[in-house]
Ligand binder design. Structure first.
Ligand code: SAH
Length: 385
């Protein structure tokens, strides 16, 4: 009975973990671990009996000590514009939403890192759900697995899944180890074989963890900026009180310098009358220019303008079309690379900031988490135990 209770979910393990598990628990060679990873992530097989190149004895050993347990698909729904949304059960009480967005030769999957979010960004509907818990590595990579299986994605062949963005629910840098392990599998040839630059971690700006990420994991970085000055940013992103813009830009500079030649994308959600005025665009342009100079690279910072997506109960409104165009023009005229991210999946509530899932908020936990956030720590103790 105890063997059953402690079965290892192989979705938890990246290449290193898998090799270790095969060597230490099974006394098996490394290439066996590789075979199993391919069965799981390339061929989407979860039943050891179907892993026919393993041999009968190993297959039944595996079945007694391990399992391959993907998230449960509660439902999935196509959007009229080609986007696709899933509601995935993480446990009996919690579910998250995931979105796939095909666009001119690429297919981007938007993946969640937490059930809910504790950062309380004022314009994000995930914030209204509260925070419940971090997702495990298995629950994060399991999302990619579900989409890859649905899309019939095969690495090195017809790739319908070309990019992953950690832009679903949650703050990925607050769930650091699990997110890094999952991103390792996304970038591994034995996993999903995505190039480093095609895996993007998006953060609201957890400064110490940006530095830690630079040390351990080579992926693209997106920073949710949303404001050109601290007054507005603190109102929209409360985390700014702890890590103000100057500190955030310094961390971005260190990240960009550590991987020469790659740029950082700054997300800027445009809200009518809040951060969409021409003076804000000019201020943002100056901030971006200073960043380029600091990194000594043209277009070191790119701006991704996101028209605000409303949700029930929000006090914000989408900036109007002319205002958005004008904002972009100010940036372009100043020599700043700026694009407008067009809303997709509107008809299925799959757009940025609309992902909700089902979150059973355990309020005490939320308070504890918030307290740990408020503590200004110089070390890296930001994950929830
Ligand atoms: N916590 C991380 C990952 C979430 S990414 C981060 O903040 O980057 C989700 C993206 O959608 C962020 O850029 C976020 O700012 C943006 N967003 C949130 N709510 C939105 C809304 N209502 N309309 C448009 N964009 C929104």
């Amino acid at each position: 009975m105890s063997a059953v209770l402690s079965r290892q979910n192989l979705f938890e393990l990246d290449r290193e973990g898998m090799e270790c598990f095969f060597a230490e628990t099974l006394g098996e060679k490394r290439y066996r671990a590789h075979q199993v990873m391919k069965w799981i992530h390339h061929r989407h097989v979860t039943d050891f009996e179907e892993m026919t190149d393993l041999g009968r004895v190993l297959r039944s050993r595996l079945a007694s000590v391990a399992e391959v347990l993907p998230p449960q698909v509660h439902f999935d729904r196509p959007s009229s514009d080609g986007a696709h949304k899933w509601l995935l059960g993480m446990d009996a009480r919690n579910a998250i939403e995931m979105v796939y967005i095909p666009d001119k030769g690429r297919g981007t999957l938007c993946v969640s890192s937490q059930v809910g979010c504790a950062l309380n960004c004022q314009f994000c509907s995930t914030a209204t759900q509260g925070f419940n818990r971090n997702l495990s590595t298995a629950e994060i990579i399991g999302q990619v697995w579900v989409a890859a299986r649905h899309l019939g994605n095969v690495p090195h062949r017809q790739r319908r899944l070309t990019n992953v963005v950690m832009m679903g629910m949650g703050e990925p840098l607050m769930n650091f180890d699990n997110v890094v392990r999952a991103m390792n599998i996304m970038r591994d040839d034995l996993g999903y074989g995505l190039a480093n630059k095609r895996v993007t971690l998006s953060t609201a700006g957890v400064v110490p963890m940006i530095d830690r990420l630079a040390e351990v994991c080579d992926v693209s970085l997106a920073v949710s900026l949303h404001a050109p000055n601290d007054d507005i940013r603190t109102e929209l992103v409360p985390l700014n009180r702890k890590y103000p813009i100057a500190e955030l830009m310094d961390a971005c500079k260190r990240y960009a310098m550590s991987r020469k030649g790659t740029s950082i994308t700054f997300g800027y959600t445009l809200m009518k009358g809040v951060n969409d005025q021409p003076e804000h665009a000019h201020q943002l342009a100056r901030l971006m220019k200073r960043f380029d100079n600091a990194v000594q690279m043209k277009d070191a910072g790119k701006v991704n303008l996101i028209p605000f997506n409303p949700f029930p109960g929000t006090r914000y409104e989408r900036a109007d079309e002319a205002g958005i165009r004008n904002f972009q023009k100010v940036l372009l005229d100043a020599g700043v690379l700026a694009m407008v991210r067009r809303t997709r999946g509107d008809d299925i509530d799959a757009a940025c900031g609309q992902l909700k899932g089902q979150v059973m908020d355990r309020t005490r936990r939320q308070t504890e988490f918030q307290r740990s956030l408020d503590r200004r720590a110089d070390d890296n103790r930001y994950e929830v135990a």
